[in-house]
Design a protein around this ligand. Structure first.
Ligand SMILES: *Cc1c(COP(=O)(O)O)cnc(C)c1O
Length: 367
């Protein structure tokens, strides 16, 4: 009998798109037993009383039934919490990752491109690749500011179908300034998506700009607020755009448990607001403490993470030493030329930040 395994490989070779076959899957490191400071999660749990109430509410979940395809109650709660004007529509995704995919699918095709400043959120590039779109990464300046001239040049030349702007940007943590952002939205011939994944940690808020621009969409998520495990992304914009995108959405993309839990959590949103306010306060304390450690440069951040640059060549060893000390952070060194020697650290509550600082101090004094 022929070896079935060999046949699998042969058929993969024959049928899988070569551009996909040559890709590596998005690496998610094993964090078992480690203090997770790598993925911008909210470290807090819920108060016990709230958890008990939530468990009671979950008893009503009917998992034998399909979820409501539009999750209307979740949308009503989101509109209230985020103060979304009735004239805009809301479309939900299985995380904002799914929304990025839907938007890209809407405009993909031969000779269609997706443009984003670099370094930024890696899913923009990956999803463009998955869909066979041209991806145009426009480098930021050495201090991670938006290079307006370069952006305008590339937009003019490439006529991108969609531009993604993360504000605050991941992994640099900064804002690029209203004037530059407006110039880019005005110059873009296609859609512009303002990705506000870190809206809970910044005063910046571009929701009202929807009134000014026919090509703008606002994207948010509950992930960084404290509900990463729910997978709920939020797209806000003109009903006519969202009607088109909604055609591509799989009918039951927001499951029963997510709908029920999101509704519950949004009713108690003040808990998350208190947590994110405390994390924002911790961010500046951690930034000051890190800046005092020898050999580290810490960048200003408007998000719940800090971008840190080590001395030349030290990032891998620092990343490894923290792992040995039981702490997982994100090594960015090697992922983009502008991020040489950089790591990204998620801000946590005081005790965990302290643990990080002590481990870092140990490492830096011994190396
Ligand atoms: C984390 C992140 C997302 C993805 O969020 P999910 O809703 O968890 O898929 C999107 N954009 C940016 C800039 C992010 O940092």
């Amino acid at each position: 009998m022929t070896d079935v395994r060999d046949q699998v490989d042969a058929r993969i070779h024959r049928w899988v798109r070569p551009d996909i076959a040559s890709l590596a899957a998005y690496p998610v490191p094993d964090a078992k037993g480690l203090l997770k400071l790598d993925a911008m999660e909210n470290p807090y749990g819920w108060p016990d009383a709230l958890t008990a109430q939530w468990h009671e509410a979950l008893a009503d979940a009917r998992v034998n039934r399909y979820p409501h395809p539009e999750a209307p109650e979740v949308k009503v709660a989101l509109r209230a919490v985020m103060k979304i004007d009735p004239r805009w529509d809301v479309l939900l995704g299985n995380g904002s990752d799914e929304l990025i995919q839907l938007i890209a699918m809407l405009v993909s095709g031969p000779d269609r491109s997706l443009l984003a400043p670099e370094p930024s959120f890696v899913m923009y590039r990956m999803i463009a690749r998955f869909l066979g779109m041209d991806y145009i990464g426009v480098p930021l300046t050495a201090t991670f500011e938006l290079d307006l001239e370069l952006m305008l040049n590339r937009i003019e030349r490439e006529q991108p179908a969609v531009v993604f702007l993360a504000q605050p940007n991941n992994p640099t943590g900064n804002l690029w300034g209203d004037e530059k952002l407006r110039r880019i939205i005005e110059a873009a011939p296609g859609l512009v998506v303002m990705d506000e994944a870190y809206t809970a940690f910044t005063e910046a808020d571009y929701l009202e700009w929807l009134e000014d621009y026919p090509n703008l969409l606002i994207m948010r998520t509950l992930s960084k607020v404290g509900l990463a495990g729910l997978r709920l992304g939020i797209l806000i914009g003109d009903p006519a755009w969202l009607e088109q995108i909604n055609k591509l959405r799989l009918p039951y993309n927001i499951n029963n448990l997510t709908q029920l839990t999101a509704r519950f959590a949004l009713e108690h949103f003040e808990v998350f607001e208190q947590q994110t306010a405390e994390l924002t306060r911790q961010r500046s304390l951690l930034q000051q403490a890190l800046a005092k450690l020898p050999g580290l440069t810490v960048y200003d951040s408007q998000a719940n993470f800090l971008l840190v640059r080590t001395e030349p060549g030290h990032a891998p060893a620092l990343h490894e030493a923290l792992k040995d000390a039981g702490i997982l952070i994100k090594k960015l060194d090697g992922s983009h030329p502008l991020l040489a020697d950089c790591v990204r650290i998620t801000v946590s509550f005081e005790a965990e930040n302290q643990r990080l600082l002590e481990a870092l101090q140990q490492h830096l004094l011994n190396s």
